[in-house]
Design a protein around this ligand. Structure first.
Ligand SMILES: Nc1ncnc2c1ncn2[C@@H]1O[C@H](COP(=O)(O)OP(=O)(O)OP(=O)(O)O)[C@@H](O)[C@H]1O
Ligand code: SF4
Ligand SMILES: [Mg+2]
Length: 671
């Protein structure tokens, strides 16, 4: 791997070094504007390296520990020298954090006249057309939805962006959103009477014109598959692309570089064909009879599998399974449907849309099924099915995203910055680089600016049962309660599954009541993420229970967060067919799938979760990992050696004493 000191650039290396040093220096503008600011040399060096990569249109993998301040380290060079820049981050939540908090701060500090736009996926923006239709003829089933709809119709009159995240009163998952937002399929486009006011179009136009556009990885990669996110128009003119939380890219890209067909798409099509056929071409066909076999086949596909949610690769499905028969029936039914639609399509625009959708679906299904030997020209694919409660999805997932991603990076030279706290395992980038196909690109790790040994403990409780045992989550709570109490709340309890989140929430609620502890409890799913975090920060003694989405990027500085508890080592579920296929491909090459894939992935996840704790030089706290495998298994050592270098203990008394000391220091501060 090349070192970052020799970037492949024709521009003088480090032309902005002096400016960066000055900006981040102790008398610089950042220091004056940001409370608690201290120059951090890893942050400054990283900013210099990024400035160089930007100037030379190079690629850089920049890793620096959690809490180092990577955000400023890339925003400053990007805003000053990045030209047209796309910043992509892990979640919508982090997009909002960048757009509402970090970028305005830096823009003000630099007094830089850059324009910034936020771009999310289409489903995030209210659609005037569909709202209007729903208001006129919507058959809302619940009273709750009626109330939400009222809120939404009020909100649309005042909002400038139409972004549903601004209306926190209506929960993100409320079903009413699907009635008042658009999809690529049902957007009327330039013929829409609301086109001038359309929020989707407005967001895209603003993104076109802005210097800096904030997107998320899903949106970025969805575009490759759907060409419906506005990034396709954006990328050609971008000088700089920055991926924050870049460790997530392999997973997100895998999701989108593949293809998914859902039986609910088929059922939606049937519903629309029936409705549009009856209203525009009643005499053209026996519409109900036409859609019935397609609907039946779609349902039979789901019924071919047990009631539980299952994931199976194609070769795990028995050849005698009714699945294959249903798939053939579906193809025949769609074929018949298309034949009729071909004749009737000219009678209405909506029928024409149905025809196009039906052809596309059939095409995708045929493509999925036609390759039992999953070898195609653009690499190997894993074919698998996933059964949900009422639908079935057919997936076609690339075994490796490297060739596809590299194709994306071809063309006009521009800077590609990948940054994260966790791309490497102990300075070794091989795992990440080989997943992404970023061979021979400069990569560098900067050490953390924090003194973990002094700032906190890694606590692995004694006497925990096997993580697969039934009462494991209860044992986690039993071990956690005394520590939480000593910490005075101020806890993130991070779980590996949603089931554990729910169970912990119930138990803690009753335990807090019984013990008279007044720690406010914040549970993932009960409100939006931003709102939960705001309330957690404000509470000062809160306990937040969350799963994956709270493990990464979340920034709570200071005392509001002093204890991070992790229930289990985050190994990916072994029943994942894509993982299984990737592991078997590695094993064919003589590598050990556990050592070379599952373990590094788990370490990356764990480091992210652990990284929520120490966010600045004065932060102190305890990282409690309940999983006994950290000690008992041979690989455990590799894991804890990859974590920040906290002092380590297995004694509850040490931790309780640590928090007692923390309280005393607060009463009589050392400085
Ligand atoms: N030099 C600095 N001195 C003090 N605080 C800083 C400095 N730089 C950044 N910060 C603050 O430190 C916190 C952590 O910064 P940031 O969120 O950018 O970390 P990060 O490196 O992106 O971590 P993660 O990998 O967890 O996302 C933020 O609250 C930020 O405002
Ligand atoms: S153009 Fe599409 S998204 Fe915009 S208001 Fe019309 S239907 Fe909705
Ligand atoms: Mg960050």
């Amino acid at each position: 791997m090349t070192d970052i000191t020799t970037p492949n650039t024709t521009i003088t290396p480090g032309q902005h070094d002096t400016e960066v040093t000055q900006l981040f220096g102790s008398d610089g503008p950042l220091s004056q504007a940001i409370p608690g600011y201290r120059p951090r040399s890893p942050q400054i060096d990283m900013a210099k390296a990024i400035a160089r990569a930007i100037a030379g249109h190079g690629t850089l993998l920049a890793e620096a520990g959690t809490g180092t301040g990577k955000t400023y380290a890339y925003l400053i060079p990007a805003l000053l020298w990045g030209g047209k820049t796309i910043v992509s981050t892990g979640t919508k939540n982090l997009q909002d954090q960048l757009f509402l908090r970090d970028i305005p701060t830096i823009r003000k500090v630099l007094k830089a006249p850059v324009s910034v736009a936020l771009l999310k996926g289409r489903a995030n923006y209210l659609c005037h057309y569909h709202l209007e239709r729903t208001l006129q003829n919507g058959r809302l089933t619940s009273r709750e939805d009626v109330g939400y709809l009222r809120d939404i119709s009020r909100f649309i009159k005042t909002t400038a962006s139409g972004d549903k995240a601004e209306l926190s009163r209506v929960p993100e998952g409320a079903s009413v959103w699907s009635l008042v937002t658009s999809t690529k399929e049902n957007c009327v486009g330039s013929e829409c009477q609301y086109y001038q006011d359309c929020f989707v179009m407005k967001a895209r136009k603003e993104a076109q014109q802005a210097d800096v556009v904030v997107v998320n990885h899903h949106l970025f990669f969805a575009d490759v598959a759907l060409k419906d996110t506005g990034i396709a128009e954006l990328l050609p003119s971008a000088n700089t692309v920055i991926f924050d939380e870049a460790h997530q890219l392999p997973e997100t890209a895998t999701l989108f570089f593949g293809e998914t067909i859902s039986t609910s798409q088929v059922l939606e099509l049937c519903r629309d064909v029936l409705a549009e056929g009856l209203s525009h071409a009643r005499d053209g066909a026996e519409w109900a009879k036409l859609v019935a076999p397609v609907e039946r086949a779609a349902r039979d596909l789901r019924l071919a599998f047990p009631q539980d949610i299952v994931r199976l690769s194609l070769d795990q499905i028995a050849p005698s399974s009714p699945f294959f028969e249903a798939l053939e029936a579906l193809k025949r039914g769609l074929d018949d449907m298309i034949a009729v639609l071909e004749k009737q399509a000219e009678r209405a625009e909506t029928l024409e849309q149905c025809r196009a959708r039906a052809i596309l679906l059939l095409d995708q299904i045929e493509k999925w099924n036609a390759t039992p030997d999953p070898k195609t020209n653009d690499g190997e694919y894993v074919l698998w099915v996933e059964a949900f409660s009422v639908s079935l999805q057919l997936h076609r997932t690339p075994l490796s995203i490297a060739p596809i991603f590299n194709k994306q990076r071809e063309g006009t030279p521009r800077a590609w910055i990948f940054t994260s706290a966790t791309m490497a395992v102990k300075n070794d980038f091989t795992h990440y680089v080989s997943q992404m196909g970023l061979w021979n690109e400069p990569a560098h790790t900067w050490p953390s600016p924090f003194n973990y040994q002094e700032q906190g403990y890694l606590y692995v409780p004694d006497r925990m049962p096997d993580p697969n045992s039934r009462d494991y989550t209860d044992a986690v709570i039993d071990a956690a309660l005394p520590v939480m109490t000593a910490a005075g709340g101020r806890t993130f309890l991070l779980c590996t599954t949603l089931k554990a989140v729910r169970h912990c929430a119930e138990r803690l609620k009753s335990e807090f009541e019984q013990r008279g502890l007044d720690f406010p409890l914040f549970v993932q799913g009960t409100a939006g993420r931003t709102e939960l975090l705001d309330r957690f920060r404000a509470a000062g003694n809160g306990v937040l229970i969350g799963s994956q989405s709270f493990w990464e990027g979340v920034d709570v500085r200071g005392e509001a967060l002093s204890l991070v508890i992790i229930d289990k080592l985050p190994f990916s579920p072994p029943d994942d067919p894509v993982l299984a296929a990737r592991i078997s491909a590695m094993e064919k090459k003589g590598l050990n799938g556990f050592v070379h894939h599952q373990l590094p992935e788990a370490i990356i996840n764990l480091k992210q979760g652990a990284g929520r704790l120490i966010r600045d030089e004065t932060d102190r706290g305890v990282l409690m990992i309940c999983d006994p495998r950290l000690i008992s298994k041979p690989y455990g050592k590799r894991i804890w050696q990859s974590l920040p270098g906290f002092a380590r203990t297995r004694a509850e008394a040490d931790v309780v004493a640590f928090f007692r000391q923390l309280k005393q220091d607060k009463v009589t501060p050392a400085e």
